[in-house]
Design a binder for this molecule. Structure first.
Ligand code: PLP
Length: 443
């Protein structure tokens, strides 16, 4: 018999919660619990305040415990706990759809509601295939993603993801090819904004379409700024180039804005920040300020209308989820847009940005820092790996920060930050001072 993978001394049965993306055996030894959240802080059960450098998980963009959102959820639960969206709906769903499309880039004037980013991506991929099918081009089934792209954990999102280790255990996926990451440390390290235009990166899609017959490709999907793969902003001209090539070949362009949506770059979506409009946008997280699970696919009138040509009694898109447009989520979504308007969250984000960027870049002189990338209120700090011990330096630094009261993420040796957009300048300074102190302790 093989040895048990569970170390002696554990009774896993006493702890039935199998947590996502968590090394469970290590976690059970050293659990981390947050009991409350206020503004830009979490509180542990013993009352320790932890500065939230991640806006939860890239979602609490307007800060924790926004009273208007809390009240909207409470009120909604007392009025309409649930109604299906299959062949019926409710006022908040219609109101939120309208307001969301007004918030979205011009031309994206329809929304399909789901419950998470993963569902949004799988839905967008299905809409892309369905769109071509409805137009008599059912042979367009392939997708093109990008290296280091993260698109959630459904089989569709995993297929277009550019992170190999996420796929290793799960067998055959959808047919997808991948663009290279448009990043080259030698010429792009410490770029204060978008890196210089990069010819090789821009030419990559054309090169791929010489290998993949363009007439078989349904959609290209990218995060406008690669997020959890390590915060890589697009070089200047790159997104424009993708748009032009997709148009030339009749391929749909999908921006996965699950992270970049809802103000991360100071505009509603990154699409508006970079001035490039895709055919579909996937969103989630910040939609409800993280308070209720929700996702959505925003799509152009042209994509929507392609489905509307069949018999009028037919269901145009045989797709949906029990909790699509859940009343609590719609109420939270509407309240989030109210908070954005009343508290000028986008203006706050834009005003706070220079201090955020400059304070981040002040870390460039730390000996182990080899690159810092910024896109709006996203920041990645690349550390040189310890020889023969990849990820150790990043993990240790993240741990020291947590001990000092700052929550951030490390992806290998890259430290990632994505705080609430309402973080005040003195708190931003405190955040980077905590990282600097941790870096000084990590050899
Ligand atoms: N797409 C992107 C760009 C994401 O960053 C994420 C999650 O981080 C997802 C999709 C998946 O979202 P969810 O975890 O809500 O399914």
């Amino acid at each position: 018999m093989s040895a048990s993978p569970v170390p002696t001394g554990f009774d896993n049965r006493r702890d039935p919660f199998w947590m996502p993306f968590t090394p469970m055996r290590g976690f059970r030894r050293e659990p981390l619990l947050f009991e409350r959240a206020e503004g830009v802080h979490y509180l542990t059960p013993d009352g320790t305040r932890i500065l939230d450098g991640m806006a939860g998980l890239w979602c609490v963009n307007a800060g924790h415990g926004q009273p208007r959102i809390v009240e909207a959820i409470r009120a909604s639960a007392g009025v309409l706990d649930f109604v299906s969206s299959f062949k019926m709906t409710h006022p908040a769903a219609r109101a939120y759809a309208r307001r969301l499309c007004d918030f979205a880039p011009e031309g994206l004037d329809h929304v399909f509601f789901v419950n998470s980013g993963s569902e949004a991506v799988d839905t967008a991929l299905k809409i892309a295939r369905g769109y071509h099918h409805a137009r008599g081009q059912g042979g367009r089934t392939r997708f093109i993603g990008r290296a280091k792209g993260y698109h959630g954990m459904g089989f569709g999102g995993l297929s277009v993801s550019g992170i190999g280790r996420h796929k290793a255990a799960f067998g055959p996926l959808l047919e997808a090819a991948h663009l290279p990451l448009p990043y080259e440390r030698a010429s792009m390290a410490f770029s204060p904004a978008q890196p210089q235009p990069n010819e090789a990166a821009s030419a990559a899609l054309e090169a791929l379409l010489q290998v993949q017959d363009p007439a078989t490709v349904a959609a290209v999907i990218v995060e406008p700024v690669t997020g959890s793969g390590g915060v890589y902003p697009p070089p200047r001209g790159y997104l424009e180039h993708l748009r032009a090539i997709c148009d030339r070949h009749g391929i749909l362009l999908i921006f996965d804005e699950v992270i970049t949506g809802f103000g991360r770059l100071g505009t509603p979506f990154a699409s508006q920040f970079y001035g490039v409009t895709p055919d579909l946008i996937t969103c989630a997280k910040g939609m409800t300020n993280g308070a209720v699970p929700m996702g959505g696919v925003l799509l152009s009138g042209a994509v929507h209308d392609a489905f509307m040509a069949g018999p009028p009694e037919a269901i145009e898109l045989l797709h949906g989820y029990t909790y699509s447009a859940h009343p609590l989520a719609c109420a939270a979504g509407l309240a989030t847009l109210d908070v954005f308007a009343e508290q000028a969250i986008l203006a706050q984000a834009t005003e706070g940005f220079p201090h955020w960027r400059d304070t981040a870049f002040a870390l460039r002189d730390q000996p182990s820092v080899v690159d810092i990338r910024i896109a709006g209120w996203l920041c990645a700090i690349d550390l040189a790996p310890r020889p023969g011990a990849d990820s150790q330096r990043g993990a240790l630094c993240a741990r020291l920060c947590l001990e000092a009261g700052l929550l951030l993420r490390n992806v290998g040796d890259t430290l990632i930050l994505s705080p609430p957009l309402v973080m005040q300048p003195e708190t931003v300074s405190e955040l980077f001072a905590t990282i600097a102190a941790a870096l000084e302790r990590v050899d």
